[in-house]
Design a protein around this ligand. Structure first.
Ligand code: PBG
Length: 322
């Protein structure tokens, strides 16, 4: 059947018709809010390239978590800025580390919202890499033990889910093993499986003070040119015990989100990263785009592509609009 019997514009005539055939609906529980935690009390440091986002001390983080909960956002993901950094990133797995303390406080004072933690070394190492460095190389297997220790320390502090973002081979298996050995078999792993070596992470590295001090992350994060390889990453992570997988960044990788969802039919998260957020905010400030429109359209596209969950700096703003 074709035109003139069939006219697709009939259902575009008004908002009620458009609504009844709408295929994708955003909801506040699609979003996870990333938060940056730093030591101190009453500390609120602006992040220049990320309007309305701050490095916050734990007391102020609590307010953010409560607000997120009141907006219907189901979880936050925490990134830590430690007091001091060293070669081995020991602040990442210290019992009284910044994240461990933040989890404890949140769990004590707010319930009914998930605390997800990023498992990585880059914010804690003096060299800024996501693994152990020797002679200028990022070592894989030596890093696994540290990642496992980070995950265990987060679980012990009360984290609801751990999310390894380092891109070392074999880390999901190492984390699953240590969690199970310590009776944390019920803690799920959200693996950043398809994490690309992306230029879209710039603002985050300023926010988290995690820029590599030499070289780049191309020897562990994925080449933006590759799609099939992302499926191999995801397959391995599922075999190693990942419960949910992540594609990161989101908008430039909608094809990857789509393929992962179609191929594996498992829960998929997408990280709408700092650079994606900053571009929209900057262009909107210049009056070059309608920021709110671009935000909602972008989030809708990420969900339409197949994401079940979106980690996004827009979480509060978008939830307020819904
Ligand atoms: C840590 C990590 C990064 C992001 C999340 N976890 C940065 C990186 O790999 O350098 C980026 C998130 C963002 O840009 O919003 N490995």
């Amino acid at each position: 059947m074709g035109f003139p019997q069939y006219r697709l514009r009939r259902f575009r005539k008004n908002e009620i018709f458009r609504e009844i055939i709408r295929e994708t609906h955003l909801r506040p529980d699609d979003f996870i809010l990333p938060l940056f935690v730093r030591p101190g009390k009453g500390v609120k440091r602006a992040i220049p390239s990320m309007p309305d986002h701050f490095q916050l001390s734990i007391d102020l983080i609590l307010k953010e978590v409560k607000e997120a909960k009141s907006l219907g956002i189901p979880g936050v993901i925490l990134f830590g800025i430690p007091e001091k950094k060293d070669e081995m990133g020991s602040g990442a797995y210290a019992k009284d580390g910044i994240i461990q303390r933040a989890i404890g406080e949140i769990k004590e004072k707010v319930d009914g919202i998930l605390v997800i933690t990023d498992i990585c070394l880059c914010e804690y190492t003096s060299h800024g890499h996501c693994g152990v460095v020797k002679n200028g190389k990022i070592l894989n297997d030596e890093t696994l033990e540290l990642l496992a220790r980070i995950a265990l320390s987060h679980a012990e502090a009360g984290a609801d889910m751990v999310a390894p973002s380092d891109m070392m081979d074999g880390r999901v298996a190492a984390i699953r093993r240590i969690l199970d050995e310590n009776h944390f078999e019920e803690i799920p792993i959200l693996s950043y499986s398809a994490k690309y070596a992306s230029s879209f992470y710039g603002p985050f590295r300023v926010a988290a003070e995690s820029k590599p001090q030499f070289g780049d992350r191309k020897s562990y994060q994925m080449d933006p040119a590759n799609g099939d390889e992302a499926l191999r990453e995801v397959r391995l992570d599922i075999e190693e015990g990942a419960d949910m997988i992540m594609v990161k960044p989101a908008l430039p990788y909608l094809d990857i989100i789509y393929r992962v969802k179609k191929t594996f039919n498992i829960p998929v998260a997408a990280y709408n990263v700092s650079g994606e957020f900053a571009l929209v905010k900057a262009a909107s400030k210049l009056g070059w785009v309608d920021g709110e429109g671009v935000m909602m359209e972008s989030l809708t596209a990420i969900k339409r592509a197949g994401a079940d969950l979106i980690l996004t700096y827009f979480a509060k703003e978008a939830a307020k609009k819904l």
